[in-house]
Design a protein around this ligand. Structure first.
Ligand SMILES: *Cc1c(COP(=O)(O)O)cnc(C)c1O
Length: 402
């Protein structure tokens, strides 16, 4: 997967230098990946795409046939996703929903609310009474559950099973579920329970989480239509070709749905759906030596692709050698085998990949950074240092015009 798909490779080579850096997304590859994920999942399991991973309208639309809806975590995402994929079911989650955001969601007829606190439940109940008269708004309290010992060991971002601002303690969540089931809030309907406990989990860890959440939820003794077991399927940045084991996860979920007939299980992956379809393509501007090491400076940097800085990894990439050198001045080239690839920002944190094996890397060569389809452009600090923005290309084998 580090190597670009043929369509991305062609575009990465054919763009002029002035068109770099660019984000190049392969929508055809995204559709194939999403279809394979879907195929691995049993009946009774729904997929909502967590829009925060990459909310580009083309990405949201390409995922359309393979997802049951979209999870949004702010009023901004809500308005954006509702415009990009009109009419699709939305679940509104995330901590710190403002009364204005809740009102806007109610007025738009959002299908589901993942409620993050006891206070939020009371606010929602009152706003639903005022702004959603004549219907009952579906609610899933979000619970922060302890998970089996060791099952979150591999997690990169843990938001459950320890003190966090996310969701409710089990006792509070149980109380919220009881109040909803008792009819304390006549304008709200208890639809189920939601949990998103960690990101970066392997299939076995995800299953342990799902089992914990389902067994807690079904043990509450109130009828529930749905249990949302969250997202957080791992993406391995050190071995991009090693995908999350959707088949094993699907098999495990099938056992859970069989054990609980009538219960819909929902997941809301972000990263593991879209990371693989995006590349950040750029070119080497300069090659230099510093205290015994070599550095390549590329157009752009972590203000466009912040992922390696936030996750502290080397972004996987491949080098596209470019033999032409249009300038009258000599072309700088690396002397050694290994080189650190940095961006144009005046900070030592602006490193995309350290000690990359790229013997003889030259100015003018191109580099395509993989796994740039999720938490990449949209989490980056675009305006720092006022460099130009990258280009955006959405390659689609079904559409000749892009
Ligand atoms: C971020 C988030 C997700 C998606 O997580 P990924 O690691 O991208 O799969 C799902 N649900 C909630 C509540 C989130 O905050």
């Amino acid at each position: 997967m580090t190597g670009a798909t043929p369509a991305v490779h062609d575009r990465a080579r054919s763009l002029p230098s002035t068109g770099l850096p660019s984000y190049v997304y392969d929508l055809t590859a995204l559709r194939a990946h999403a279809a394979a994920v879907r195929d691995a999942l049993p009946e009774g399991v729904e997929v909502y795409y967590a829009a925060k991973a990459n909310p580009e309208p083309e990405i949201l639309a390409a995922l359309g046939p393979y997802v049951d809806g979209y999870e949004v975590s702010s009023g901004g995402e809500l308005a954006h996703v509702a415009d990009a994929v009109p009419g699709r079911p939305l679940a509104f989650g995330g901590p710190g929903k403002t009364p204005d955001e809740v009102t806007a969601a109610l007025e738009r007829g959002v299908e589901r609310f993942h409620v993050e606190s006891a206070y939020e439940l009371r606010v929602l109940a009152e706003l639903a009474r005022r702004y959603a008269p004549g219907r009952r708004v579906a609610v899933l309290p979000r619970v922060n559950l302890p998970v089996p010992d060791g099952s979150l060991a591999g997690s990169s971002l843990t938001m459950g099973g320890r003190p966090t601002p996310f969701g409710m303690d089990p006792a509070q969540a149980r109380e919220a579920v009881r109040a909803l089931a008792d009819g304390t809030y006549p304008h709200l309907e208890l639809r189920g329970v939601h949990a998103h406990l960690a990101s970066g989990l392997e299939a076995a860890e995800q299953l342990a989480v799902a089992e914990t959440v389902v067994s807690w939820a079904t043990g509450l003794g109130v009828p529930l239509a749905e249990v949302n077991v969250g997202g957080g399927m791992t993406v391995d940045y050190t071995r991009p070709e090693r995908l999350f084991d959707w088949a094993a996860y699907g098999k495990g979920l099938a056992r859970l749905t069989e054990a609980h007939p009538g219960l819909t299980l929902r997941m809301e992956p972000g990263r593991a759906l879209t990371a693989y379809c995006g590349w950040y393509v750029t070119e080497v501007l300069d090659v230099k030596h510093s205290h015994g090491e070599e550095f390549a400076v590329v157009r752009g940097g972590t203000h466009h692709l912040r992922t390696p800085a936030t996750k502290g990894h080397d972004q996987p990439c491949s080098v596209l050698a470019v033999d032409a050198w249009p300038h009258p001045w000599p072309r700088p080239a690396a002397e050694g085998e290994r080189i650190t690839v940095a961006g144009q920002l005046c900070t030592p944190k602006d490193v995309l990949a350290r000690n990359l094996r790229a013997p003889g890397l030259r100015a003018g060569d191109r580099v395509a950074f993989a796994l740039a389809g999720a938490y990449a452009w949209n989490i980056s600090h675009h305006d720092f240092l006022m460099h130009p923005r990258p280009g955006f290309h959405f390659l689609d084998a079904e559409d000749e015009n892009v």
